[in-house]
Write a protein that binds this ligand. Structure first.
Ligand code: UN1
Length: 504
């Protein structure tokens, strides 16, 4: 039903992006759908970075004194504006990142959800009251705004990841400097417009609560190195995280890192296979395998392996691949040619390591010209070889067999990454073992649902090479504030802690 969908140009216009912003620049924005240049946007000059930091610092000084529930009002308005813009922004996510319509809309829904969460949070930035060992003393812990937050985001969730960070940061009293992926500046520019509308309705917010850095790695480098930005929240590859973390550590800044995943599902002999198949296909093939939470490894009990693989091949063979804006499509394009090549290279490596590949070919019939459309691949592997331990951002599902549950758990944990994981089982012992201290070593561990599609209410992130950061729900907000311990003496004495005597 492409014809009832707006054109990209019309969508951009409805989102308030002007011709002057979309033309005459040096950064070409291509749609993964057909490779067409959607816009030529203007890059932020590196020479402007000092001014950016100065604006963020000034904004911080004003914003930190605004009561948190009032800051929450800005995010409530942002949520309203996002509701109004949901269809257009969702469509732009499809145009710019290649997501199918439902996933583009889902991403905007995730933004709305985190806004609602952050509004509630704005009245709950709780500290503690702590018992003092000294008479006539009281101790407490207070959470204060920390300063400007640098957000570096990836192409695959071009808007939701920003919102997880920005909604919390703004409620916590911190302005945001956002460096989106070079591949997705348009959705970022649209978000800025949407926030501007909320700011206008809010009334008295300081300027510079959100600044955008459009362009390449130089801007990211300047952001990461700046003492003016105490918190860097970076989502992307492990390689990027390895470059960012030491620079931030060197200046004693704080990092929130959300890096690569290599997510597995263990399927036990008691599993509801029909449910497992649905979960596997969504999480391995959804977003064309380009989520950090995508399912990449299937660890299946040998007694059901042949049956499960046969069911999967049947499901894969019928997958509608093509224009993500067309009704019924489930698999859209990869983001660019380089991703297509990385997928082919990984499949070759898997074959060289003893794998048998099903699917994985480039699709050229019935898909828009100029995009990279691939059949999702199932690769039966003799074991967890080198390529299986590597994250390839494409729809490749490696399948390995196991006999004992301990062996399955060991395989699940035997990769450098530690983002998301899950088990399909009706055996309560297996489920509980999976969630136990000796179970999955990932930041996310699920039972009878796939590894992707996390809700915003939980803390999102993972261990090991995934970087250890937590964003979104639970108490992830603490990462955007500084903790202060206060001791108040309401007595007329001055007793020292630990009974120390120091009479003068
Ligand atoms: C990401 O891929 O960077 O769990 C984030 C999910 C989404 C977020 C993924 N809610 O799939």
């Amino acid at each position: 039903m492409k014809d009832v969908v707006m054109t990209a140009e019309h969508t951009l216009e409805k989102l308030g992006l002007t011709a002057a912003e979309l033309t005459g620049g040096t950064l070409d924005v291509r749609s993964p759908i057909d490779g067409r240049v959607l816009a030529r946007v203007h890059e932020t000059p590196v020479a402007e970075m000092d001014a950016v930091f100065a604006r963020a610092t000034t904004a911080f000084k004003a914003w930190r004194t605004v009561p948190a529930p009032r800051r929450g009002e800005l995010i409530r308005l942002l949520g309203e504006e996002l509701r109004a813009a949901k269809e257009d922004l969702g469509a732009l996510v499809s145009w710019e990142a290649g997501k199918i319509t439902s996933e583009g809309l889902g991403e905007v829904q995730e933004m709305i959800d985190i806004c609602d969460f952050a509004v509630g949070l704005s009245r709950q930035l709780y500290g503690l009251t702590i018992a003092s060992e000294r008479p006539g003393h009281r101790m407490m812990e207070t959470w204060h705004p920390a300063g400007p937050v640098g957000v570096i985001s990836a192409f695959n969730f071009p808007v939701a990841v920003w919102s997880w960070n920005a909604a919390l940061a703004l409620v916590c009293g911190d302005p945001v400097i956002w460096k989106p992926s070079e591949k997705t500046p348009l959705t970022a520019m649209a978000c800025q417009k949407i926030l501007e509308k909320a700011v206008a309705r809010f009334g008295d917010a300081p300027d510079g609560l959100l600044q955008l850095l459009i362009g390449g790695a130089d801007l990211g480098k300047a952001l990461v190195a700046s003492e003016a930005v105490p918190i860097i929240s970076a989502t992307g590859s492990t390689r990027m995280g390895r470059a960012v973390a030491p620079i931030v550590a060197q200046r004693f800044g704080k990092c929130i890192l959300e890096l690569g995943g290599n997510n597995a599902m263990i399927v036990g002999p008691s599993a509801d296979l029909e449910m497992a198949v649905r979960a596997i296909v969504f999480s391995a093939v959804g977003t064309a395998g380009q989520r950090c939470t995508s399912l990449r490894r299937l660890i299946v009990h040998n007694s059901i392996r042949a049956d499960l693989v046969a069911r999967l091949k049947k499901a894969y063979a019928g997958l509608p691949i093509g224009d993500p804006l067309a009704q019924g499509t489930l698999v859209g394009p990869l983001v660019d040619e380089a991703s297509g090549q990385a997928m082919q290279a990984a499949l070759k490596a898997a074959e060289a390591e003893g794998g048998t590949v099903f699917g994985g070919r480039r699709v050229t019939d019935g898909v828009p010209e100029g995009g990279v459309y691939m059949q999702p691949a199932i690769v039966e592997m003799p074991g967890q070889t080198e390529i299986v331990k590597t994250e390839t951002f494409a729809p490749i599902l490696y399948v390995m067999g196991y006999d004992g549950f301990d062996e399955a758990l060991e395989m699940q944990n035997d990769v450098p990454q530690g983002l998301s994981s899950c088990v399909f089982t009706l055996n309560m012992r297996e489920a509980e073992q999976f969630l136990s201290p000796a179970g999955s070593d990932c930041g996310i561990a699920n039972v009878n649902i796939g590894p992707s599609g996390a809700e915003i209410g939980g803390a999102f992130g993972g261990e090991k090479e995934t970087g250890g950061g937590r964003e979104s729900g639970s108490d992830a907000w603490k990462g955007y504030m500084r903790r202060q311990t206060n001791t108040i003496n309401y007595s007329a004495e001055l007793p020292l802690a630990q009974g120390v005597k120091f009479d003068i």
